[in-house]
Ligand binder design. Structure first.
Ligand SMILES: Nc1nc2c(ncn2[C@@H]2O[C@H](COP(=O)(O)OP(=O)(O)OP(=O)(O)O)[C@@H](O)[C@H]2O)c(=O)[nH]1
Ligand SMILES: [Mg+2]
Length: 395
């Protein structure tokens, strides 16, 4: 703009439309300070300033939004972060659909964000006593190894196939059970178990002949195992589990974090060492004499299958066996030795497990029921039947 035209505009600034001034300022031809010096009324200056800043803010917000959505598309955020962004108004569920997130996944995210999913806290002294005359199943695993997710898969499949019969000894456990089943139906994985909290679920599984296999399933919080490992403080826990029930121990190995070098700070301990230590604790306290089976589970199997075994076509069973033989040999050998020394020659089984494809840490887009079914079949095979429970009404 030539100087002459500029001076004319400045001299007549109070006759210009605010929108006209805004576009002149935006194109950088005349600055707001020059208008001010030329005597533009303060009222109009304020109006222009506020409209310029909201415009700037809107541009910033839009840039931030597309940056955040880009991260979502690349799967670089957790459902928790998505929830925070939705609550802060940074983007909406519709924006997620617009950038191509599947409707099913968006619906799962809605459930994750909107439902009030409880995280119960129970320390061991608050648990109801373990009902006798059942098989006790312990999920043993460091934090984040996937114990709760595995339980939710088992409950969901048992429920769908009609073999799940919740027992009412523990009301909290029944509530937890219902929540796990309905969350997974909507594609949502369990919350992290509250630090230090135990979950106890009593249920029966019906076998092919209609006979009931009663179980007490106890999820012991991950960090507890770490504590046991670190300071050997096991009294309360051992006291709780020392009853005359038969036991099945499920060692849940996080094969993903093992393979990625434990770069997740919450999971720094070498699982090999932790699990061998826990096994020996069970051994020295006589728990293994009542143990009928130990399962060593290569969990998050989907992840190592996609990376470590991407070009290997062997069956899942043999890959899991190979993985555990290669990486957890010490645990397997310790289990075998313990079995040889035990009165009770328990079975040692090695299984792969995966819940399916996980996205945003807590969303499951494709629940893979097969692995859960295999664990259920094994639990039925390795547990006892209540006498006289065989009934066949509908066959
Ligand atoms: N890829 C993959 N990730 C999984 C699988 N199972 C669990 N995860 C991931 O691991 C996270 C932790 O799983 P949880 O079931 O909460 O683990 P946990 O052992 O109960 O952990 P604590 O409650 O902290 O002791 C989940 O939120 C998922 O992100 C799986 O089969 N495959
Ligand atoms: Mg858990």
């Amino acid at each position: 703009m030539d100087n002459h035209k500029k001076n004319i505009l400045l001299q007549n600034c109070n006759n210009l439309e605010p929108n006209q001034i805004i576009s002149i300022v935006q194109t950088g031809q005349i600055t707001i300070e020059e208008f001010k010096a030329a005597g533009l009324s303060q009222n109009i200056i304020n109006q222009i300033l506020s409209s310029l800043t909201t415009k700037e803010q809107a541009e910033d917000k839009a840039a931030k939004k597309s940056e955040l959505l880009e991260k979502v598309v690349r799967g670089r955020v957790s459902a928790d972060e998505i929830k925070a962004n939705i609550n802060n108004g940074n983007f909406s569920f519709d924006d997620l659909l617009d950038v191509g997130i599947q409707e099913k996944v968006v619906n799962s995210l809605k459930h994750y964000c909107n439902s009030n999913r409880i995280t119960m806290f129970r320390n061991i002294s608050q648990l109801p006593p373990m009902e006798e005359g059942r098989t006790d199943v312990y999920f043993v695993g460091v934090p984040g190894s996937g114990k709760s997710t595995m339980l939710s898969g088992l409950l969901n499949v048992a429920n769908k196939s009609g073999v799940l019969m919740p027992d009412i000894y523990n009301n909290d456990g029944s509530i937890y059970q219902t929540q796990l089943i309905s969350d997974l139906n909507r594609g949502v994985l369990p919350n992290a178990t509250a630090s230090g909290s135990y979950n106890y679920v009593a249920l029966s599984l019906k076998d092919e002949d209609g006979a009931k296999h009663p179980f007490n399933i106890v999820e012991v919080p991950g960090e507890n195992y770490v504590n046991i490992f670190n300071n050997g403080d096991v009294g309360e826990f051992l006291n709780y589990i020392s009853n005359s029930n038969k036991k099945i121990l499920i060692f849940v190995v996080d094969s993903l974090s093992h393979d990625t070098g434990y770069n997740d700070s919450s999971n720094q301990l070498d699982q090999n060492l932790v699990y061998v230590n826990i096994l020996n604790m069970f051994k020295s306290n006589g728990v293994l004499n009542q143990t009928d089976a130990i399962y060593i589970v290569a969990n998050k199997f989907d992840a190592i299958k996609a990376s470590r075994y991407a070009t290997n076509n062997s069956s899942d069973d043999s890959l899991a066996f190979e993985f555990l033989q290669d990486e957890f040999k010490n645990l397997i050998e310790n289990c075998k030795d313990a079995r040889d020394e035990s009165k009770n020659k328990f079975k040692i089984k090695v299984l792969p497990f995966s819940i399916g494809n996980v996205s945003f840490t807590s969303i499951i887009d494709n629940f893979d029921k097969e692995y859960s079914q295999v664990v259920i079949d094994n639990l039925i095979e390795d547990s006892f039947v209540v006498k006289g429970s065989r009934f066949k009404l509908f066959s």
